[in-house]
Design a protein around this ligand. Sequence first.
Ligand code: NAD
Length: 542
Amino acid sequence: MGKGFFNVPVAVNEPVKSYAPGTPEREAVLETYKEMFNSKINVPLYINGKNIETGNTRTMSPPHDHKHSVGTYHLAEKSHIDDAISTALEARKSWSLMPWEQRAAIFLKAAELIAGPYRAKINAATMMAQSKTIHQAEIDAACEFIDFLRFNVQFMTDIYMEQPESTSDAWNRVEYRPLEGFTYAVTPFNFTAIAGNLPACMALMGNVVVWKPSDSQVYSAKVIMDVFEEAGVPPGVINVVFGDPVMITNTVLASPDFSGLHFTGSTFIFKELWKQIGNNIHNYKTYPRIVGETGGKDFVVAHKSANPEHVATAIVRGAFEFQGQKCSAASRAYIPTSLWSDVKSKVIKDVKSFKMGSPEDMSNFITAVIHEGSFDKLAKYIDQAKADANAEIIVGGNHDKSKGYFIEPTVIVTTDPKYTTMCTELFGPVITIYVYEDDAYADTLKLVDETSEYALTGAIISKDRYAVTQATEALQNAAGNFYINDKPTGAVVGQQPFGGARASGTNDKAGSAQNLLRWVSPRMIKETFVTPTDYRYPFLGE
Ligand code: NAD
């Protein structure tokens, strides 16, 4: 151990490839997608480095073609979860002692595998499983995931270098120990990068993990496990289980060795898990760390000085990329009366120019929403808006689930700033707009702050610096990621660490040292060189 102070490679963001017609990356990803679409895979549980087939399977289908099967995955019984826990605890004995540079090398290798030989596979799997266009897959499954892996290695060394003062007669050292016990990662469907990062960053810091991916992300979760395996993550360090989330969670949280939850998903589920951990608190050997990044009701506020084209573009890109299924997606907007006519016509024109369909046809900007539950919920809100007197749909409003779960990008305008779709997270391609009187800017900012329980992302668009300052102050607690003159989406690892407060989560900022600090428990070591031999201090002298 420890025979040098090693420098890790300086982390840089992975460049986003264009996938323009004629590029080799476009050909490679389309070929891989076709291959995957026309074959069937069988996804096992991964426990102690072994593939476990339980025989109790469920079919996987692309959201844009839900009658087509691309394979099956195996569901765990309670005994598999018990195995995953005990195997993780056994693996901890070696993994927690592994020198940091060896852990770093594994995850740096994973980053390079994704950047190179696995890039087409992980992107094609994300297009298939989560119905992402190639651009959305590339910025998520390839680039963001690579960035998480590279930057986290750098942040880990930054943390390790944080050391206390020492004196000539006593050397003070801090060891950043992994948590005692095992950790639990519960991940959402919408980002392959988040799915990979939540277990990976805890393992990087020396922890062992039970990972439960979303049922709607299993296909790309399999590629992540293939990458981890090839990169050299040892057996038992990251164990993957699929199946009934309640049974899995009950089993995990009942273990006295449970030491941390790394969750991304909806607010209600996170609060339930927090409550359950609280109820079990007397059973645990340590106080579990709880990190959760959850829902949002993200806003765009335009000031009367804004350029209407800037406002319309922020709305269109912010609300509709990946069908609005980003926690950061703009889903409510506040536009001053004087700009409304120009903003409205550009938004309608842009939305009408979208093509919708399978991600395999790269001219499509919009694809399907994730599953039938989400489709039905969105269709219900859209149909209700058609019926409500205080709401008007100015573009979109159609939906069709005969082949895939297609919801037309929809813009609702309401006269009631507290209309249900101004407050509720719908998680789909729907934005609601409230038009305010130009001179009611201050009141509107107050409204923005008080309308939703969430505080994830938001944007102010203005040419007037006083108005920017006013919004920055008034909306101080309304967003963990606040944008000036931009859309409220598109955070980049290392540049805009991501997370929100209030009901949106614990704001531990994915892709930052702050997040990694939650997965270590420092041990202070003081070593005294000349040990005293007499208890008497000088003041006790005669
Ligand atoms: P979800 O809450 O439905 O599922 C998230 C995970 O929780 C999945 O693995 C799911 O199987 C699991 N789960 C579901 N019910 C459970 C239960 N009773 N007990 C234990 N686990 C359970 O969320 P989703 O639909 O996958 O993702 C969308 C949500 O995630 C949105 O609310 C979005 O805002 C949020 N999100 C937030 C961020 C962020 O950084 N703040 C990022 C991505 C997604």
